[in-house]
Design a protein around this ligand. Structure first.
Ligand code: ADP
Length: 414
């Protein structure tokens, strides 16, 4: 007989994050449904319980919420007033609207981080030419402007070189967030799972690399990160998660600077910088999100491997992913390929590769090779690839670093 006592989680949004929650729900025996934007969204291809509807329409959200025990999200774009109304109507919404608003609105987030005494870049809310002028006077050019709401993957982020450029954009959108252009040494990210009972579990801090504003790579743990800094970052995310009463998983993106770190932004859902946990941690971010929103005891966030690397497969000009993927599997049987069932468009995230082992440079080279080969990107040279001489010294894989052959040159593309 079917066990009907297990709760049902409903995810708003049918993208790749909802899709990757599905196997975790299946393994936990959790019932799972999705409100997808379109009938062919990535999650709809693998989940039976799908409603298709508009997440900006309250009646649609309410009807979906009626069918599940807990509502959660694959993106931040549900209107805050609708989330509030759902919570007031007695639906369990996790994370709750009082927390999610800080992932939805970057100005509210900056203000709250200042109140919590956490390290922010210099920032200002911009609603007039005078605001632009005084911010420019304070930090100089270039500085950064962002739309406070609705941005993702660098859409809604611009580097500003003149007052007029800023004012032209302001006239179009009405309100902007200005930030100093941080001279970071690298970008980092950290994730926590937090349940309503207040249990927390933090994964190791990762180093991330963005290409044109899109996360391209994450390395766990962040190579060479000082233990003291890692502890301060962990304390910062725990402080935020507790102060905002976050439930579910949350990502904090950071800029590492010469003397510390500054907070960039949050996501309160599974996040690209946590995909490495699928193959590299005892508990994946997807499993943890479900455990956390259901107030189940959390799983261990410990890394299974010395080094895990995630590299995104970003669409290039080939829409055939299948043939290169055969090559990648044969070439390196130890890499794990995750595809999202999406059509290929240039720069679009269509999947990712996870690789793991002992030597960070070698694991990175293997993951990059696999991801870029599948995308059809010219795999050599890579902007961050070790110089060929360094690679040569490393091309003999240890038993731990590759079950198959070594990282190779682009000649094997043929
Ligand atoms: P999104 O919400 O679209 O992901 P982010 O605010 O994370 O946008 O910005 C995208 C990328 O732009 C960041 O990962 C970083 O590389 C760069 N960036 C954003 N803010 C700043 C800043 N204040 N200084 C320097 N670089 C920044």
């Amino acid at each position: 007989m079917a066990n009907v006592t297990f709760p049902r989680v409903g995810v708003i949004g049918g993208g790749q994050l909802a899709r990757m929650l599905a196997p975790a729900a299946e393994a936990l025996g959790i019932r799972f449904s999705v409100l997808a934007e379109t009938a062919d969204a990535p999650a709809t291809q693998v989940i039976n319980e799908v409603s298709v509807g508009d997440y900006t329409d309250f009646a649609t959200l309410k009807a979906f919420a009626e069918t599940v025990d807990v509502v959660t999200f694959d993106h931040e774009h549900v209107p805050p007033e609708h989330l509030q109304a759902l919570a007031e109507a007695g639906h369990v919404v996790r994370p709750g609207p009082q927390a999610l608003i800080f992932a939805q609105d970057k100005i509210l987030m900056r203000r709250r981080m200042d109140e919590l005494g956490l390290p922010n870049p210099a920032w200002a809310e911009i609603t007039s030419r005078t605001d632009v002028e005084s911010f420019a006077q304070r930090v100089g050019f270039p500085f950064i402007l962002k739309t406070p709401r609705g941005g993702y993957d660098g859409k809604g982020v611009r580097v500003i070189d003149s007052i007029d450029e800023a004012v032209t954009w302001l006239d179009e959108v009405g309100q902007l967030l200005a930030e100093e252009k941080v001279d970071f040494t690298r970008e980092l990210a950290v994730m926590v799972g937090r349940s309503p009972m207040g249990q927390t579990a933090v994964w190791p801090v990762v180093e991330t690399w963005q290409q044109n504003g899109v996360c391209k790579e994450a390395i766990a743990p962040a190579p060479g990160l000082a233990a003291g800094k890692s502890r301060e970052i962990t304390e910062a995310i725990l402080k935020v998660a507790g102060a905002l009463d976050v439930t579910g998983v949350m990502a904090m993106e950071l800029f590492e600077t010469a003397d510390g770190f500054l907070i960039n932004e949050f996501a309160m859902r599974p996040h690209n910088t946590g995909h490495w946990t699928q193959d590299g941690a005892v508990t994946s971010q997807f499993e943890q999100h479900l455990r956390a929103v259901l107030d189940l005891p959390l799983g261990s966030p410990a890394a299974r491997e010395d080094v895990s690397v995630m590299v995104n497969i970003l669409g290039a000009d080939h829409d055939d992913l299948y043939h290169p993927y055969l090559h990648v599997m044969a070439h390196d049987p130890a890499v794990k390929v995750h595809l999202y069932g999406k059509g290929v468009r240039p720069g679009r995230k269509v999947g990712h590769v996870n690789a793991y082992g002992r030597d960070a440079d070698l694991v990175l080279a293997r993951a990059r090779h696999a991801a870029d080969f599948i995308a059809g990107i010219d795999i050599n040279p890579h902007p961050q690839m070790p110089a060929p001489a360094d690679l040569d010294a490393n091309t003999t894989p240890s038993a731990d670093d590759s079950a198959g052959t070594a990282a190779t040159s682009s000649d094997e593309r043929a």
